[in-house]
Design a protein around this ligand. Sequence first.
Ligand code: URA
Length: 188
Amino acid sequence: MADSWEKLRADAENCTACELCKTRTNCVFGTGNTDADILFVGEAPGENEDKTGTPFVGRAGKLLDSFLYAVDIPRDRVYIANILKCRPPKNRDPLPAEEEACIDFLRRQVALMQPKVIVCLGRISAMKLIKPDFKITAEHGVWFVKGKYQMCAVYHPALLLRDPRRKEEMMEDMKKIKAKVEEMKLGL
Ligand code: URA
């Protein structure tokens, strides 16, 4: 049977492939425009995301919103998802086995959505999606071509909350993303 967003969401909401299903309040599937050309991929839901079922709604999410606003990329014109759909306890890093158990949901999201640009939010997402030895400090804002996708990574907004001095670099990277969108004549 052909995949669909409804089936995919139901599969994710009913998933018991790893231990995180036992502690989740909500599966955090993804949000935004499923027809968008740009996909942002974070790491894993935090406490607020687990409570609401929506990615990037906590403090880090508000900061992400402000960067999207600053370069005039409306949040509701892109799609935002995470590598993991369930919250790791105490927001610890995802375990490799959890990433493996969950990554097929993101693959199916990408297959349904067919984005042109994929932006990794932070190191964990970049290491999973761009290359295992991705170095966020050296390689943020650098474009990689993987198959039919233009890909880059930016700092995770939670890192910027801890280290606000890196916000200027984040702004430069967001401008590069906006320029790529314009160069590729993608709709927003
Ligand atoms: N951090 C993430 O990586 N994803 C979220 O959805 C929230 C915080």
